[in-house]
Ligand binder design. Structure first.
Ligand SMILES: [Zn+2]
Length: 689
């Protein structure tokens, strides 16, 4: 019996084509046209159907072989869909991007059906796990079958499949409208006073000679932060919060209805309760209770911050305080202005100190010091000449760990705002598969601000390290395949590192020609970034509460339409709602896989603050770094997050550091960028199945 079964397992691995040549670097398909994508996608679907049938024929009482075969399927999916899901966001050709979206849709149809297959579910029920890792992976697989409705009546199963594809289709449509947004806003040169000239002088002009700017964050944020003209700021602000349009509002309303119906099929009143039972928080009420505790801690600070900005506006315009009203498009401007005046720090001044290549070198040096790994460039033909590939090796053992792709600069057709890491494929020690991941940003080629370095590049690098340093038995549990409310913690933890002079000394060492960043400037930047934390946290709190209001249990008296909910909730904040603005139309997170999950950003800040306590004595301590790598990063999703935290910290995790930071007694929370359109895309993409 065992022999027969092993031959099936081997056949499955051969179909997956990953067992041989395990030490070869991963090579990324580039796809010159849509037909190539379609062909690869069809091949993948055909392979998956074969693998499914072979799996279903497996004899009873299986052991680890069963899990290995399920994981072979995951790896087969990653081999094709890993690259395709990434290219849907970054490929220069629209036809290719559309074909990638279509492939994802076809895969959703397959996986919905797969996860409802009673034969496969029965096999999982019969298997005997050998250890905790197998037990955990089996539980993950069982849950994916349960969540797909394997136990439902046939009519309900069919409806769940329909709902799944419709949800995928609608959320793709939502993302596409944002990605392909062509909004241009016209400004006179006088209106752009205060905005660094280098950012706009080469932009196209209209017939009247006005400068035409897009609404991507590389330019929208500097306009909101810098433009002296309130009229110009308001124009940009309104354009920014019109992206997605009425069409996306309708799509979001449809998504809310579809997800509610989806939850109903499983006997849940709310989509939040359905998904949160698989997260650290477990229940909607737990997430709400957490948000309430944050709100109470933040409220007074938010009001104090706003009062200070209003006073700054009155001084700036020389108007009486009582006659001065702070508008939404004033917030980023007066935050920046006050910050500059008080702390003498301008983010723009860091660009000369942080050219992109030097910033990268700094990240690599940091990873080398802290985690004992080395990044080496490797030649590959990729989807765009800007994109670069690096091999990651372990210094002590001199073994290859994985491949990292970097796509750093904006261009036409590429997802235009935010940054993310796409895990292309995940580690599996069972078959020697090494991970590959792509880090995508929209940075300025001329240099980075300190905010870019900390909140964007280092943050995303944290996700990439999570993916690349993973040593999990199963690819399905590799890297960032962790609970959604844990996935941000390792990245948020690292953001703070740049404010430590000893850490930044690594940068000076790696780039002697870069303009130096003196320690006292760094200290002022550190203080400056916490100015306005009350406003930033309150905003994050609002986004998280809004997400739960859209996808949570309905108050029968409250509106159900997402825009009506937003108007009511934003209307209740100190600055109120601006009629005509429609932020939910570009709230890509809650249209896609962060639906009922946006609270994770605040939640994982609690975990990040706690993780950071272990590095309090020395941010560059290699022994702590090695322990962190071994416990937290290498284990990916194969150990529950609370247990990883306990193993690493030597005690159960708690929220002490987070609330100390919030009340201003600690070293300060990780930065939340206010005014930044950090709503565009989820910054990690969940792998599947
Ligand atoms: Zn992130």
């Amino acid at each position: 019996m065992a022999t027969l079964w092993r031959s099936i397992a081997l056949a499955l691995l051969c179909v997956a084509g990953v067992a041989a040549h395990a030490d070869q670097a991963f090579s990324m398909p580039t796809y010159r046209d849509a037909a190539q994508v379609d062909a690869d996608c069809q091949r993948m679907l055909a392979d998956l159907k074969l693998q499914r049938e072979a799996l279903a024929q497996m004899p009873g009482q299986p052991g680890r072989e069963l899990l290995a075969s399920f994981d072979a399927l995951t790896r087969r999916v990653q081999a094709t869909l890993g690259p395709i899901d990434l290219l849907a966001a970054v490929h220069p050709e629209k036809a290719v991007r559309d074909a990638c979206d279509a492939c994802d849709l076809a895969f959703q149809a397959f996986i919905s059906e797969f996860n409802q297959d009673p034969r496969l579910f029965a096999l999982l029920g019969q298997m005997q796990p050998l250890d905790e890792i197998d037990r955990g992976y089996r539980r993950d697989l069982v849950e994916s079958f349960e969540d797909a409705g394997v136990a439902l009546a046939p009519a309900a199963q069919a409806r769940v499949r329909e709902l799944n594809s419709e949800i995928t289709e609608r959320s793709q449509e939502f993302e596409r409208r944002m990605r392909e947004d062509q909004t241009k806003v016209a400004f006179t040169a006088a209106e752009l006073k205060g905005v660094p000239r280098a950012l706009w002088h080469a932009a196209p002009r209209d017939a009247k000679g006005r400068t035409l700017l897009g609404v991507d964050e590389a330019i929208a944020i500097p306009v909101l932060q810098g433009a002296e003209s309130a009229v110009a700021r308001e124009r940009m602000w309104r354009a920014l919060y019109a992206v997605g349009g009425e069409a996306n509002l309708q799509t979001l309303a449809q998504l809310a209805t579809l997800r509610r119906e989806y939850a109903k099929q499983f006997g849940f009143d709310s989509y939040a309760d359905l998904v949160l039972r698989r997260r650290m928080v477990q229940r909607e009420t737990d997430a709400q209770a957490f948000l309430t505790s944050v709100k109470d801690a933040v409220r007074a600070r938010e009001l104090a911050d706003l009062a200070e900005l209003r006073a700054a506006k009155a001084r700036h315009l020389q108007t009486p305080l009582e006659a001065t009203t702070l508008r939404r498009w004033d917030v980023a401007f007066y935050l920046e202005r006050t910050r500059r005046a008080r702390f003498k720090v301008e983010q723009e001044q860091f660009r000369a100190a942080l050219p992109p290549d030097a910033a990268l070198k700094f990240l690599f040096n940091l990873a080398h010091t802290l985690f004992g790994i080395t990044f080496t460039p490797t030649r590959q033909t990729l989807w765009h000449p800007d994109v670069r590939a690096f091999e990651v090796r372990d210094d002590a053992q001199q073994v290859r760990l994985g491949t990292l792709y970097l796509d750093l600069y904006p261009r036409e057709g590429k997802v235009s705002s935010g940054a993310f890491v796409a895990p292309i494929r995940d580690a599996s020690t069972l078959v020697g598969q090494r991970p590959a991941a792509a880090l995508v940003t929209n940075l300025d080629r001329k240099g980075l601000t300190l905010n870019d370095l900390s909140g964007t590049l280092l943050h995303e690098f944290g996700h990439a390290l999570h993916a690349l340093l993973s040593q999990t038995r199963y690819a399905g549990q590799g890297g960032t395949n962790v609970k959604l409310d844990f996935v941000e913690a390792p990245s948020q933890m690292l953001e703070d590192w740049v404010y430590e002079p000893r850490v930044m000394a690594l940068h000076a060492l790696g780039c002697p020609r870069c303009k130096p960043v003196p320690p006292e400037l760094l200290a002022r930047a550190d203080q400056a970034r916490h100015f306005g934390d009350g406003i930033a946290y309150a905003r994050q709190h609002l986004y998280a509460s809004y997400d739960l209001a859209v996808y949570g249990k309905a108050d029968p008296a409250a509106p159900r339409d997402p825009m009506a909910i937003w108007i009511a909730m934003e209307g209740a904040t100190p600055l109120g709602h601006v009629p005509g603005s429609r932020l939910p139309a570009s709230f890509g997170h809650i249209a896609s896989n962060y639906a009922a999950g946006y609270y994770s950003y605040l939640w994982s800040l609690v975990l990040a603050a706690d993780l950071r306590t272990a590095f309090a004595a020395d941010r560059l301590d290699a022994a702590t770094g090695a322990r962190y790598r071994r416990t937290v990063l290498e284990n990916g999703g194969q150990v529950p997050p609370a247990e990883l935290m306990q193993q690493f910290l030597g005690r159960p995790s708690n929220s002490k550091a987070f609330f100390e930071n919030l009340s201003g007694t600690g070293a300060g929370p990780s930065q939340l960028r206010i005014g930044s359109k950090m709503l565009a895309t989820p910054d990690t993409k969940e792998s599947r199945p």
